[in-house]
Design a binder for this molecule. Structure first.
Ligand code: ADP
Ligand code: 5GP
Length: 188
């Protein structure tokens, strides 16, 4: 008998909106979901580990993978490259695993084009003020990087119109329950 293919969920949202926090909890509660580990040219933040948070690669290595068509999608974001490796996604989907990609909007739309069955979920902040507060409160970026990220916010929120679902990350537990409902309805 053929194995049922897994589903691909793509989660996007502005920097600081709480994607990492939401996903960590979601995975703790639903260990059957697998999160893709992207390749990036950005430097690790304190506490980030190669092969766990990202595969940290040089610009040369990244562009070589682009040339070899190894990415299902890739994009430049705030001066760095980020990409999802196609082989990993295909292997796991074919095994029946349900996958989550946490990626920005340009990459998400590339995925939807290539794999129309994928489910795009956009995480919204309760307000712009709260978003800036969370981004600063995280204390991981300098002022220039924060400004660059805030600059991307409006363009990204505009892009959320192309997503299948939007979820407001107001109360963390409430937002997780809403995310779980969407995911369970799709993989049922
Ligand atoms: P992202 O991965 O989207 O950049 P993070 O998960 O790093 O965002 O969250 C940014 C900051 O906001 C963190 O300090 C996190 O603890 C906080 N945060 C996340 N979700 C909520 C929430 N629902 N309410 C209040 N603070 C939150
Ligand atoms: P950060 O530097 O905060 O970890 O990520 C910056 C942005 O890049 C976030 O919006 C994140 O979702 C996105 N991102 C992470 N991995 C990928 C990827 O593989 N592809 C794309 N297109 N975006 C990614």
């Amino acid at each position: 008998m053929e194995t049922k293919k897994g589903k691909l969920f793509v989660i996007s949202g502005s920097s600081g909106v709480g994607k990492g926090t939401l996903l960590k909890k979601l995975i703790e509660k639903n260990p059957q979901l697998e999160v893709s580990i992207s390749a990036t040219t950005r430097l690790p933040r304190p506490g980030e580990v190669d092969g766990i948070n990202y595969f940290f690669v040089s610009k040369e290595e990244f562009l070589k993978e682009v040339e070899n068509s190894e990415f299902l999608e890739w994009a430049e974001f705030n001066g760095n490259y980020y990409g999802t490796r196609q082989a990993w996604v295909e292997r796991n989907i074919n095994k029946g695993k349900n996958l989550i990609l946490e990626i920005e909007t340009k990459g998400a739309l590339q995925i939807k084009k290539k794999l129309p069955d994928s489910v795009l979920i956009f995480i919204l902040p309760p307000s712009m003020e709260e978003l800036e507060h969370r981004l600063r409160g995280r204390n991981t970026e300098d002022e220039e990087t924060i400004q660059g990220r805030l600059h991307e916010v409006r363009r990204e929120i505009e892009c959320s119109k192309n997503y299948d679902y939007t979820v407001v990350n107001d109360d963390l537990d409430r937002a997780i329950i809403e995310l779980e409902k969407i995911i369970k309805a799709v993989i049922r």
